[in-house]
Design a protein around this ligand. Structure first.
Ligand code: ADP
Ligand code: MG
Length: 251
């Protein structure tokens, strides 16, 4: 069973083959880690799948349907959402409003920004529930810019989650936080994602995190898929160990 499949997907920047003829598949319900050293093409692959970039060649299928020509917004409606390696938040807005605005946008209520979330009970209830799921309820009235780095990363995931995707891409959800903060973030993220039956693909550098939380691991190198297997298989894969694991930047 396949939820998402790319076929011969390619993206070049000048002479650089950032994503090179990639067949990447995601199965329903799995928590998949996408690994690889800096510049391997992981973010570019996610940019292609989420519709930020158009591929030079190849196609993308979601539940067997070709979505290659869909816009970002159409893909969100199809069920594909993503968070960003560098968080994508409105720092001057409250934590609550960051989530509420996303729920609004999803419901296509943003035509009137004067229709405040506080006046829309359904939106307010949903935003509050999402913040509670991510352990951010007590932060709701703070401005997003006032959060700790770990909380900001969680809020960024919460915003992507507020789009109610079926397939959620998380681009380095623990980057820039201390080692001590990584497990609490991943515990919250995996518990929300698994309890809601959401399929997730996580780009992650910390191999402890990767081996602890993922069902399957796909390793990229120089734009291509180098290996694909269970955490045990990847741990035993000499090519991955020599090419990637030794070279991954320390957290
Ligand atoms: N918008 C862009 N313009 C030009 N080059 C890019 C762009 N995005 C990524 N690249 C290049 O493509 C390669 C893959 O980048 P990226 O997908 O961000 O890697 P990763 O996320 O695995 O670190 C890198 O060499 C990077 O410099
Ligand atoms: Mg990246």
């Amino acid at each position: 069973m396949t939820l998402l499949a790319t076929r011969g997907l390619s993206k070049t920047f000048g002479a650089l083959r950032a994503v090179d003829n990639v067949d990447f598949t995601v199965r329903p319900g799995e928590f998949l880690a996408l690994i690889g050293s800096n510049g391997a093409g992981k973010t570019t692959l996610v940019n292609l799948i989420s519709g930020l970039f158009r591929p030079d060649a190849g196609r993308i299928e979601f539940e067997g349907r070709d979505v290659t020509q869909q816009s970002v917004n159409e893909r969100i409606r199809t069920g594909i959402a993503r968070s960003f390696q560098l968080v994508n938040l409105f720092d001057q807005m409250s934590v609550f409003d960051n989530v509420a605005l996303t729920v609004f946008a999803r419901e296509r209520k943003t035509r009137s920004l004067f229709a405040l979330a506080d006046r829309d009970a359904a939106v307010a209830d949903e935003a509050a529930a999402i913040l509670a799921q991510f352990g951010l309820a007590t932060r709701a009235r703070m401005v997003a810019g006032g959060l700790s780095q770990g909380e900001r990363k969680l809020l960024d995931v919460a915003v992507a989650y507020a789009l109610r995707p079926r397939l959620l891409f998380l681009d380095e959800p623990t980057s820039g936080v201390s080692t001590r903060e990584k497990a609490p973030i991943m515990d919250v993220v995996t518990s929300v994602v698994r309890s809601q039956g959401i399929t997730a693909v996580v780009i992650e550098h910390d191999m402890d995190v990767v081996f602890t939380y993922s069902d399957r691991i796909v390793a990229m190198h120089q734009g291509a898929i180098l290996a694909d297997g269970t955490p045990d298989e990847i741990r035993r894969n000499d090519q991955v160990t020599s090419t990637l694991i030794g070279t991954v930047a320390p957290a």
